[in-house]
Design a protein around this ligand. Structure first.
Ligand SMILES: [Cu+2]
Length: 189
């Protein structure tokens, strides 16, 4: 008869111990859940370094690609001489090309025209016949791939066209007499 209270007491103590263990483990949990935050603060040290390579230089006569997808080529004249600032230009076949021609001469009027290889003088001769109202260019001529209008001293003009098939073409000023010194190769890659 004496054992029964002891059994009950033991049972109560056991229950208290279990609660204590349970509470203890609960208190340990916040610490356990706090540790995952640790690795994220370490992450930046593991990051690869930011790329620092400088952009590669673009050759002066190579067209940079602009957001609109067109190749923009800049060309000028050699002061008041009857010569372009470039002897050669290039573009990629099928690309949309914008030639931005600036005429920095103080006295001469010029144009810029892209023509089939070997036709610059013949096109210029026919342009002389077409007259200044046609920009000294033959009208609807298949040899002319693209051209600006006449550009006066200090002015600028644009020629827009699709680059033809790969090959070497000519650019020329067809103002009467200028075609003999104002020309160059236009290379399509
Ligand atoms: Cu000219």
């Amino acid at each position: 008869m004496v054992r029964k209270p002891l059994v009950i007491l033991f049972g109560i103590l056991s229950a208290i111990m279990l609660l204590a263990i349970a509470c203890g483990s609960d208190e340990a949990n916040p610490n356990a859940t706090a540790t995952p935050a640790g690795p994220s603060t370490v992450a930046p040290a593991d990051r690869a370094p930011e790329p620092t390579a400088a952009p590669t230089a673009i050759p002066a006569t190579k067209a940079p690609v602009v957001p609109g997808g067109a190749d923009t080529l800049d060309i000028d004249v050699n002061g008041d001489a009857l010569a372009f600032s470039l002897g050669s230009m290039s573009a990629t076949a099928g690309s949309d090309v914008v030639v931005n021609f600036h005429n920095s001469s103080s006295v001469n009027t010029h144009n810029w025209a892209l023509v089939e290889a070997g036709t610059k003088d013949a096109v210029a001769a026919d342009g002389t016949g077409a007259g200044p109202t046609n920009n000294w260019l033959p009208v609807d001529d298949s040899r002319v791939i693209g051209a600006t209008v006449l550009v006066g001293p200090g002015q600028s003009g644009e020629a827009t066209f699709t680059a033809p098939a790969a090959g070497t073409y000519q650019f020329v000023c067809t103002f009467p007499g200028h075609n003999f010194t104002m020309f160059g190769d236009f290379v399509v890659n």
